[in-house]
Design a protein around this ligand. Sequence first.
Ligand SMILES: Nc1nc2c(ncn2[C@@H]2O[C@H](COP(=O)(O)OP(=O)(O)OP(=O)(O)O)[C@@H](O)[C@H]2O)c(=O)[nH]1
Ligand SMILES: [Mg+2]
Length: 640
Amino acid sequence: MRMSCHGLFDILKKRKTNGRNNANLDDFESNTGCGMGIHCSECPLSFRCSHNGNKDVSKTTKSGQKIKKVLLMGNPNVGKSAIFSRLTGLHAISSNYPGTTVGFLEGSVSIDGETYKLIDVPGAYTLDPTNEAEEVARRILDEGGDIVVIVADATALERNLYLALQVLEKGYPSVLVLNMVDEARHKGIHIDLQTLERELGIPVVSTVAVTGEGISALKDALAKARPSFILPMGKDERWRLIGDIVMRSQQVTHRHHTFRDRLEDISVHPVSGLILSLLVIGLSFYTIRTIGEGLIDYVFDPLFDRFWSPLLASLSNLLGGSGFLHDILIGHLIDGNLDWEQSFGILSTGLYVEFAMVFPYIISFYLILSLLEDIGYLPRLAVLFDALLHRIGLHGFAIVPTLLGLGCNVPGILATRVLESERERFIAATLISVAVPCAGLQAMIFGAIGSLGMRYVVVIYASLFLVWLILGYVLNKILSGQSPELIVEIPPYRLPSFRDLGLKLWFRISGFLLEATPLVLIGILIANLIYSSGILPLISNFLKPAVYLLGLPPEAIGAILLGFLRKDVAVGLLLPLGLTPQQLIVAIVVLSMTFPCIATFVVLFKELGAKRLLQSIIIMISIAMLAGIALNSLFSLMIT
Ligand SMILES: Nc1nc2c(ncn2[C@@H]2O[C@H](COP(=O)(O)OP(=O)(O)OP(=O)(O)O)[C@@H](O)[C@H]2O)c(=O)[nH]1
Ligand SMILES: [Mg+2]
């Protein structure tokens, strides 16, 4: 059965801009999502994998055996990372939306005495790149490999064959993996592997990466990889050949609409979809908060109070109750007692801020985010919010980096790579740094100000959201260019694999602990030293005009400046200052918007370059001051 080029292509929405209609695959604006790139090889914080700029295609082991370089390539969201994880035993993050992998990962596997180095290449629809992730894919292929494993989604063979043919035309020994055959079976799609092998001239295996089905056949097939007889051709000819191949190798039988199909329709309908999205977002926030608070009240607070507190009390006695070392480690005793939030010792406030205030929310946030990712809800949000996001110069898919930024700005900014234009990346990255508070900061917002009244928390979130909207709108107006139309491939809803979900959660929270703990402890140490050294009044004096305009006491500036190290620590520093709720709101809003924390700063530099970073910083400081002054004036008016 022959289907049209886009018959299998689940494009939910396409819009015309400048009279261009982008339904064509070759100029397909593959603004395809984004992902949790925190572990990717190009992440400055990476410690799990290495960047390989090495142009040598193959290396040798100590025993002189040649290591074969295998590239795992294919369209976005076809299961490349899932196959990579199955083959190497490493954990590459898989999520149910296109563009999860934006850098690349390396791992190795030994099969029958042969060692293979596998590279999980970012997804691409074509070898004529339309975004940064596709450029990375193209570059890696150009660097060469011994074998290319082309991963295709069996439910969308026609679309997937485009890239497959382009790769085969290059003449690399290859293997085709038809992944997701479980879903193809449900959809009544049957693909004859032998016919496909004959048509393409390379070995073809079918797999279900999430269960491991077919993975051993894939391992065997690596040794049989061979170049295809397919020669380079033009675009039209390629599509004609794809049509012929699909007609000969694929059969589709009729099936009835399922509940899942109906739910998929409801989720993107302009009315029911919006209602559902508000429900999902509301429920997500509620669950995150409930789980976070539950963990604090029933696990972490009791642990600190019952177990850690007596240990620190003994250590405090041992150190004589005061002195330099005592104040650094245990902190200052308040009324003869330890105060988790105000003592400022590395072992007291340092560990408490990290584990009992921020960590519980990190766990609950990533649990819910990972669930939404794996079910496949995020691309649907992208479609629903596309119209709003276009008003602020962004493609609908920018919602995904933004949501990731709510966990940590670093992966959020990395994920902007799949946005097509440099202009869009700049807007998205700046908006994330300015107005998207990371989970650490949010945990502290709830901890510091939530207890005084939820209305104060609402004011902070409303201020951040308003700035996000207005700044986006203004940047969209003043920066030249336009944001491209939304063409998003919407994956089907999938039941998450709880094993993979657990692994992803573990990966993210352990990453948080490894990366954040040293910075939190250093932050507390520096804060402690600054406060006891007496240099704070000097800095505050220098910044007096700003302090005056913001209506804050001079010490608050010290805390805001320390936000450069860690925002959550900085909020912790505001707590002992005895600020009014209004002052706390101003300080937290200014703190959220001024500088990104150091980790985000490094990523911004890497992604935007020095000139754009400078522009972004100027925007951040100006907006932070404007928002702070506006809020302070508003509060003064309300009081008088
Ligand atoms: N049902 C089913 N789901 C699968 C299979 N393989 C992967 N998935 C799911 O498909 C989604 C995409 O998988 P990934 O491994 O992230 O895909 P990818 O090709 O690496 O995606 P990008 O990095 O975005 O290019 C995830 O939700 C996986 O759990 C499969 O064989 N069957
Ligand atoms: Mg991937």
